[in-house]
Ligand binder design. Structure first.
Ligand SMILES: Nc1nc2c(ncn2[C@@H]2O[C@H](COP(=O)(O)OP(=O)(O)OP(=O)(O)O)[C@@H](O)[C@H]2O)c(=O)[nH]1
Ligand SMILES: [Mg+2]
Length: 236
């Protein structure tokens, strides 16, 4: 999603806007506090941990009930690792990665961060029916607090679990269709579709930003389905 610049780069040629803060979530996705125009043109290029520069930054957030695996999904994407064992619930907001807390008591804090988010990855846990049932409430909340054109993708996480699964993939697909959002199942444990979830959102955001007026819209769900077919990974 980000266009790399050389270390000598001085930001975009378009009029620069100061970005209050920025942080890298990994692999080309840059999370930043962004103006509501949708694009971030930092006064100086964002620099990643690996020393690469980017001149476009998007703010992507992970949301969903406590325990659905938001932190694990991000850690898997960023570090390629799985946080097994004890569950350390996120407190408030993790600024490093724009990972939000799912617990109700932090909701007022996380609302404040929706406003300038460009994309939201909305997670439920396929082994937790309540987390799936709460998706409608999450979508209502997103509608209320986020930008109208925010990119939302629904993710059914913990797809690696078989015996304790209580939400079928078809149910996730149906709900996503009802709300007109793209959907896929993921697993922070096995890595299933994790990279794809982030890159698909990144492609959508980049396409929106770069697209010529007469160019057709990027079809996120089509892209995801095609990628999954190519990988031969997840459709039964
Ligand atoms: N089997 C399996 N377990 C997972 C997966 N993702 C997360 N978990 C487990 O689920 C628990 C909760 O994961 P977290 O990532 O901390 O959940 P969270 O959504 O960040 O929770 P809050 O920070 O409270 O909002 C942990 O014990 C993880 O090990 C997954 O894909 N598969
Ligand atoms: Mg967390």
């Amino acid at each position: 999603m980000s266009r790399k610049k050389t270390a000598k780069g001085k930001g975009s040629s378009k009029s620069p806007k100061a970005s209050p803060s920025s942080g890298r979530t990994g692999k080309g996705l840059t999370a930043a506090a962004a103006p509501s125009s949708g694009l971030v043109y930092p006064s100086r290029p964002s620099i990643s941990n690996s020393g690469e520069f980017y001149d476009i930054a998007f703010k992507v957030m992970l949301v969903g009930d406590s325990g659905v695996g938001k932190t694990c999904l991000l850690v898997r994407f960023k570090d390629g690792a799985f946080l097994a064992g004890s569950f350390i619930s996120t407190v408030g907001i993790d600024f490093r990665i724009w990972d939000t807390a799912g617990q109700e008591r932090f909701r007022s804090v996380t609302h404040a961060y929706y406003r300038d988010a460009h994309a939201l990855l909305l997670l439920y846990d396929v082994t937790n029916k309540a987390s799936f049932d709460n998706i409608r409430a999450w979508l209502t909340e997103i509608h209320e607090y986020a930008q109208q054109d925010v990119v939302v993708m629904l993710l059914g996480n913990k797809a690696d679990v078989t015996h304790d699964r209580v939400v079928k993939r078809e149910e996730g697909e149906k709900l996503a269709k009802e709300f007109g959002v793209p959907f896929m199942e993921t697993s922070a444990k096995s890595g299933l579709n994790v990279e794809l979830a982030f890159t698909a959102v990144a492609r959508e955001l980049k396409h929106r930003t770069m697209k010529e007026p007469d160019e057709p819209k990027f079809q996120l769900q089509e892209y995801v389905d095609k990628e999954m077919r190519t990988a031969g990974c997840c459709r039964s």
